[in-house]
Design a protein around this ligand. Sequence first.
Ligand SMILES: *Cc1c(COP(=O)(O)O)cnc(C)c1O
Length: 420
Amino acid sequence: MNTQQYFPYVNNKMFAENVALNDIAMQVGTPFYCYSNTAIGQNYHGYQQAFVDQDALICYAVKANGNQAVLSTLAKLGSGADVVSEGEIRRARAAGIPANKIVYSGVAKIASEIEYALREGIFQFNVESEPELELISQIATRLNTIAAIAFRINPDVCANTHAKISTGKSENKFGVPISKARLVYKQAAALPGIKVQGVDVHIGSQLTQLAPFEEAYKRIAQLVLELREDGHSINVVDIGGGLGITYDAENIPSKQAYANVAKNQLGKLDCKIVIEPGRSLLGNAGILVSSVVLIKTGEERQFLMLDAGMNDLIRPSMYDAHHDILAVDVSNTELKTYDIVGPVCETGDTFAKARKVNESKSGDLIAVMSCGAYGAVMASTYNTRMLAPEVMVKDKEFAVIRQRPSYEEVINSDSVPSWV
Ligand SMILES: *Cc1c(COP(=O)(O)O)cnc(C)c1O
């Protein structure tokens, strides 16, 4: 089981840092997301320390959790941002992340987004295809500016992760095949408004082994040498994100071990290293706190029915993801086996099957662990359920960092045409 040092038990009650979860629940209601500010900071420092002897820029992958309080926390620590849309550029800028620390990934950037990014003056476009390169060139030329680019190279490496979050195999939609790389760089060098500056690779998410990174970076290092032979000046290697976290019993390599792999494979190139971690900065810094609605005794099993559902946290139904599920109050030490489900009208709305949890009753609080990344950002209002609020804790303080919307706000955002 995953140790949750930022969510400790004190006298049998779970806390977020030095705040009792029960106190937050009384004030904001359930379900809610809760993030530890200290955990985010420590995870960031872990990367800083691991890469301290390399010329590295940490660009937090905003899509993991784009809340302004999260981004501001990271901005103040000096983080840049890896973004995949204009919305994420706007979020990063609003939180104080300088444009020259923003790298723009994203499989199919559209013209208006490219224009916005150019006007902001971002550090680098990670280009995913030749048509995208041409579009960037046209827009940069029209704006009389220069787009600094890297191609996202698909190194054809198996990341050994879930199929839906594996991105570096030749059958995936991402990037330019490494076999075509020299050709596309040649095309790029000939286009107006384009400055070739780097190479980018991101092979997937929730990687639990270093070998796929090592293989990918080895191929990228070789490519950089070839591109330099071809006359390109390559000063940046963006090594992507993807380092996993412990959800269950995964043994995750340390950030230092990961940094050593990057250094061993790429250190001799004398390039700036861009890192794009998302999950490994936020994942274990957040939880989803829910209440037990009722216990239903089925013919074969007991269902622990929560007031959080798949619309709040989709990872279990979408990726078969494991999350530890813990009672917030563990003074009753009797363990029971439950199927833990949400209230949404889908069988897929199941957080865990046959899971042992301290015996619970209606109204008890339940914590779904390791939800800081790809949790709140993937939530929806399916079943007209309000988006769960987000709370940030620091030491003894907590603050709501996104409120639960009212029913009026949600319903009034629709409009009915006069001809209906
Ligand atoms: C999602 C993504 C990341 C972050 O991945 P994590 O597994 O959350 O670290 C980094 N770079 C790109 C291009 C991505 O799409």
